[in-house]
Design a protein around this ligand. Structure first.
Ligand SMILES: *[C@@H]1O[C@H](CO)[C@@H](O)[C@H](O)[C@H]1NC(C)=O
Ligand SMILES: *[C@@H]1O[C@H](CO)[C@@H](O)[C@H](O)[C@H]1NC(C)=O
Ligand SMILES: *[C@@H]1O[C@H](CO)[C@@H](O)[C@H](O)[C@H]1NC(C)=O
Ligand SMILES: *[C@@H]1O[C@H](CO)[C@@H](O)[C@H](O)[C@H]1NC(C)=O
Length: 241
């Protein structure tokens, strides 16, 4: 059974912010100098040109879609999300996320190459008392217990879209699509983020209470998301029995 995993001939992570072709204007601290431009019908060649090299593909979308952006289809501006321009139709991130998942799967079903595709659902952030750019932090040192935390509305909406699109798409012939629903598992792990330590020695030369940017979105490694790998391996092993 494990043999099929050893036959993977490449491992690679492609970081495409939106899965789709996009022009972004952000620095490493997430500070934007322009509004992101996102092509909802053009899968990003960063991943599509490598697609045929892989037997197993894990796809995830999530948080970038919440940012303000201009949306293009067929190279034409069709609307935006939070662009504060009264002349451009507000379509909402839900519209863009559905389209992007649709375009991703349309590409996959249209390709002759048929890998096993795992769709990993979104992982909530754990900012408290603010967002990433308004002093939010995450300093909890233990997981939540079941029922101790509720998912934020926006994360819930995103997760619902993922489940709905997955249900629709898995019915399409010719694609082996599996769901890794990582959302609730991840919700319970506020203790798994870098927090203040998104940079080396964040307090060097500063007072320990000084205001620094925290990261309560990305995950530490080793950390909770290692369990995603365990779950994926378990899914493959089960299927090969
Ligand atoms: C896309 O745009 C081109 C030219 O800009 C136009 O000829 C074509 O009909 C458009 N396609 C769709 C599907 O709207
Ligand atoms: C909206 O469109 C009108 C008419 O074309 C134009 O006069 C106005 O400057 C535009 N507003 C913005 C914010 O672009
Ligand atoms: C994408 O959306 C179109 C239009 O809503 C639909 O007809 C098509 O089945 C969808 N395809 C996939 C792969 O979701
Ligand atoms: C987390 O930070 C807040 C605000 O600085 C503080 O009140 C709280 O005691 C801290 N909790 C832990 C577990 O360090």
């Amino acid at each position: 059974m494990v043999f099929s995993l050893l036959s993977l001939h490449l491992v690679s992570v492609v970081w495409s912010h939106y899965l789709m072709k996009a022009v972004t204007f952000e620095d490493n601290n997430g500070v934007s100098t322009g509004i992101n431009r996102l092509h909802l019908d053009e899968p990003d060649t960063l991943w599509t040109r490598q697609y045929e090299n892989f037997d197993y593909v894990v796809v995830a979308g999530e948080k970038w879609f919440l940012k303000s952006a201009l949306y293009f289809e067929n190279n034409t501006l069709v609307g935006c999300h939070y662009c504060l321009d009264t002349n451009t139709t507000e379509l909402g991130f839900e519209y863009a996320y559905r389209k992007a998942l649709n375009s991703t799967l349309t590409f996959m079903t249209g390709s002759k190459h048929k890998p096993v595709v795992v769709f990993r659902t979104m992982a909530p952030d754990h900012f408290e008392k603010g967002e990433w750019n308004t002093g939010g932090y995450c300093n909890r040192t233990r997981p939540f217990k079941t029922g101790e935390i509720e998912i934020k509305d926006v994360d819930d909406i995103m997760h619902r879209i993922e489940l709905e699109e997955f249900e629709r798409l898995k019915a399409i012939n010719g694609i082996s699509l599996k769901l890794l629903d990582a959302t609730y598992l991840s919700l319970l792990r506020p203790d798994g983020h870098p927090g203040a330590y998104r940079q080396f020695q964040p307090f060097a030369g500063k007072d320990k209470n000084s205001k620094i940017q925290h990261d309560c979105l990305h995950w530490c490694l080793p950390g909770p998301i290692d369990s995603w790998n365990d779950l994926i391996l378990e899914m493959f092993v089960k299927d090969s029995n």
